[in-house]
Write a protein that binds this ligand. Sequence first.
Ligand code: HEM
Length: 214
Amino acid sequence: MALTGLFLILFLVVHLAGNLQLLAGDGGRSFNEYSHFMSHSLLIQTVSKLNFTFIILHVLYSVWLTRQARAARPQGYEGKSALQTTSWSSRNMGILGTLILLFLVVHLKGFWYELKFGAVPTISYPDSPESLPNAYKVVCMAYSQAWYAGFYVISMIFLGFHLHHGFQSAFHTVGLSNYRYKPLIRTVGNAFAVLVPLLFALIPAVMYLQSIGY
Ligand code: HEM
C-alpha cells in the first residue's frame, strides 16, 4: 500500500509539472509539444502501464486492508476514542479514496481516453515541419464548462485530505518516520498535501476564467 502510494505521489509531482505548462501563456504550444513527446516515448509508455497497475493495486490493497482491520477488531479500542487520537483525514481515507477514484474515472475518460482514441484536432506551427495533436484545445474545451472545472477544484480538496494522511502514513510504513525524521516528514507532508492539490486546482480555475474572458 505504502509503496504504491509513494509511486503515485511521485507521479503526481511529474504530472503537475507537465500540466502547469497549460498556464504558460503560449497558446498551448509547450503543452502540445510535451504531450506529443510523452505519447511517443517508450520509457513514458512503460511508466504509464506501471502507473495504471499501481493505481489498481493501491485500490485493491485498500479494500483488503480495510476488511482485515475490521475482521481483526470488530469492536473499537478501550480508552481514548479514535476521535481524540486520529486526524479526520486518517479516519476517512476510504471515502476520500473512493471520491478520488470517481474523479479518476471522469478524468481519464475526459483526457486520457479522448487524447488516445478520440478525434483530436491538430495544429501546425510555422517553424515546425510536423503538425501536432492539439491536446491543449481538448483541455481548454473541457475547462470552459463551469461544472467540469468546478468538479476538478472540489476533487482536489479531497485529494488534499487524502494526501494529508497518505503521505505521512506511507513514510511511516516503510520505516522512515522515526523520531529523527518524523517532524520533517510531517512538515513536508502537510506542505505537499496543500501545495500540490492547490496548483492542480489552479489550472481548471484559471482556464475556466480565461474561457469567459478574464
Ligand atoms: C488540472 C489537473 C489535471 C490536468 C489538466 C490533467 C491532464 C491530464 C492529461 C491531458 C492526461 C492525458 C495524458 C496522455 O495520455 O497523453 C492525463 C492523464 C492522467 N492523469 Fe491527469 N490531469 C490533472 C490532474 C490529475 C490528478 C489530480 C490525478 C490523480 C489524482 C491525475 C491522474 C492521471 C492519470 C493516472 C493519467 C493517466 C496517465 C498515464 O497515461 O499513465 N491527473 N491527465
